[in-house]
Design a protein around this ligand. Sequence first.
Ligand code: SF4
Length: 282
Amino acid sequence: MAKCSVCFRHCDIQEGKLGFCGGRTTRDGRVEAYNYGCITSLALDPIEKKPLARFYPGSRILSVGSFGCNLRCPFCQNHEISWSEQAREFAKTAETLSPETLVDIALQTQTRGNIGIAFTYNEPLIGYEFVRDTATLAKARGLKNVMVSNGTADLSVLQELKPCVDAMNIDLKGFTDSYYKDVLGGDRAMVMAFIEEAVKTAHVELTTLIVPGENDSEEEMRELSRWVGGLRNPDGEAVPLHISRFFPRFHMQDRAATNVRTVYRLAEVARENLPYVYVGNC
Ligand code: SF4
C-alpha cells in the first residue's frame, strides 16, 4: 500500500490496485502511472480546438489522450475514456506508445502544420510522468507542448512539468466551492492554486462551461472574471477566457442545452474584467 500525492484525494492504493482516477497504481510499494504510454486517442487537431486562441493561431497540434480522470463531471464529453466502466476496459486494450515513438510521429506530421504535442482528451495530470518524459524529448526536438487539464493536482506535479510545457488550457469550471465539490467531485482551491502557479511559466487560457442552474449567474461570472483579470501570462498579457455552452449528455440529461443568449450575456459580463473572451459551442 502507498499513498498517491498527485491530487487532493490522496488515495491509499494497494499493490496492483488502482486509485480513484483509474490511472495510477502501486507497484513495488511505489505509486506510478498505470496508464503510462497507453494511448486511446490520437488526432491532428487545429490548435483552436483545444481551445487555445492566442498560442500559434492557425497551426495544428498532434493531440493524444490516455484514460482515467480524478474528477466526476456528470456531463463529461469524453466519458468513454475518463471515468465510465468503459474507461476501465481501455486499460486492457489501449495501444502503448513510447515517448520516442510519439515524438517521431509528431515530427513526421510537421509537414501538415503540426507544431507539437497536446496532452488532452482524458486528464493528463494523473499520468504526468508520461507527459513529462514525452514533452521533454519533444522540446529538445524543437516541438511545442500543450496540456489541456482540469488543473486538479498538487503544485509538486506542476513543478515537474514546468520546464517542458509551453501552453495550457485549464478548466475553471465555476467559482463556488459547492459546485466543484458536490457536482464535479473536485476541489476549487487546488485548481486556483494550480492556475496561479501555471501562469508564471506557461501561456495559459481558461475554459468555463456554463451549465444551466449551476454556474450561469452574472454574479458568479463577474466574480470569476475579476479573479482571472488579476492574472498575467508570462508575456504580461491578460489570460484569455473561453466560455462554452453545455449540452446534455452522459449522467446530466435533466436539463436543456445552455441558452445561446445566456452564453453571450455572460461573455459580455466577463469582458468587464477581461480583454480576451471567447464563446464556444454556440
Ligand atoms: S491522482 Fe488518482 S490515484 Fe492519485 S490521489 Fe488523485 S485520484 Fe487518487
